[in-house]
Design a protein around this ligand. Sequence first.
Ligand SMILES: [Fe+2]
Length: 609
Amino acid sequence: MNFLQKVVRYKVNFCMMYVLILSLIFFSLGHAQSPTEIDKELEKNKICFALYTVHEQTLKLTAQFYPVRSYDPFEATLQIKNNGQWETVQQSRIQYPGYTAHFRIENWDDTKEKEYRVVYKKNKFYKGIVRKNPKDKDEILMAAFSCWSIYKRHGGQGPADDIINNLKKLQPDVLFFSGDQSYDHSDHYGYWLKFGEVFGEIIRNTPTIVIPDDHDVGQGNLWGNGGIPTKNRDGNYGGYYMPVNYIKEVERAQTSHLPDPYDPTPIAQGIGVYYTDYKWGGMSFAILEDRKFKSGPKSVLSKQRYTDTHAMDVAGATLLGERQLDFLEAWTTDWKDAEMKAVLSQTIFANVTTHSPTLAKKQRYSVDSNGWPQAGRNKALSVIRKSFSCMIAGDQHLGSVLHHGIEDWNNAGYSFAVPAASNFWMRWWKPDVPGKNHVKGMPDYTGEYLDAFHNKMTVLAIANPTHKDNTEKENLLNGRASGYGIIRFHKNKRQITYECWPRNVDMFAPDAKPYHGWPVTFEQTDNFRIAQGYELPILSIAKENQVVTVKNQYTKEVISSLRIRGNQYQPKVLHPGHYTVEIGEGAHQTSLYNLEATTKNNKKINIVF
Ligand SMILES: [Fe+2]
């Protein structure tokens, strides 16, 4: 080989090496940016998932860790990407038991979307997106879930690719998990991780509301009775069975990332409270704890069984309790950054079941439903309707839409009980006869009914199981009527649409349909519909979209409160008499006194600020 050949070979080798190095760099760069393969590897066995909300410029985020082992540290860091650079914003100790790290960042700029990552030991990362406040969107989308069965054969424990794929396309603005995220009565932590492994993919990038229910705290039913301990896991006397540290761990994991509680005063045993409001996207949500203060049936009822359920409406039986009713009352008139409202709870304020757990077994009544105690149910609904709020809940394992009534049918809110996301325990609504004022063409189980506790309810849609009992082994998701809810808040039209979707359906397929009877659309003001009442004068207001609050002239009790759309509004009331009407908010507020409500009122009042 002469000198020239040597030089050429050297150059060729050098060039090949150069190409190899370049392509290695290119490949590794490309790989680092490609979707989450490396991220997932880094997350593995460290951070399971992360939940967050942003409310009134405060970001709260909980990072859920797998067990911290051996000599590993109990420190976690939250970083936010600003101008392409990761910046550490807070450090937090990992809490035990439960392995959760909690972050709280004030003065959060909610007008911008930001990437976040939870960092562990400088080399383990969990990434997600904190969404910007969608307050300029006309339609706010909520996806709502309930009851994630423990049984693999019913789809519990996942996978839930149908749900995840649909939601990745739909991009809901907020998620709501209404309870029974875990059904294991002694290992909440283990099953909360399994829940996170299934739903974490959508939770990581979406503000998420979670409230735990009875099974999450390790009992079949929960009448919290203000937090007292109970010796019976069936909970019939009221109270919590599991050790108080277990309860606290569950609430810490599931609810720490919610907006701060309205009144954080702990209840018995030092158990915390999380009921609060959450403002997002021009919506205001009241997040309730309808189990925590409720009386245990055996602590207030003298008989084992009742033939006449009227007699079960005993004095001293609590449902929401004074504290939560006070909160709801205060929330009624708070319309700051809010155009519409919804109340979120574990279950609905009615008993809409005729058969359970098989179609051969009639069920007379269930004190686990919020149909009982009746007076507590009516108190709750009568506050909720004041702000024309609709209601969303779960727990029933039976998808339903009801229009509630108090003094008469249809004069309180619309509720949507979303079905179980995977269903073991089945319930049906199959009454013997169609309801009063049944609409021709609607299913024969719809119309106006009295529930098992004589509460007025209009049944509008039901997703009954097609299976008749547990012997049926095929199609365990659809036959058992599992699914989830999509709620569309149309802020411009002031309407709400409830959709109940079955499992294993591509929502975006051309022939895709929700369960029979859905979608159900109704007006915001139908949540306090006064068919035969009294009218106040027509208000013509110079400034549009003002808050109008009607108060009893003498007691100052709030009768209704609404952010109207446009410039004109005629308030209606149930009773004749004199009323004070407050218009506007903050510095721009004016009051009208001594307005008389009459059956037909043509009087018009012009309001300028
Ligand atoms: Fe459940």
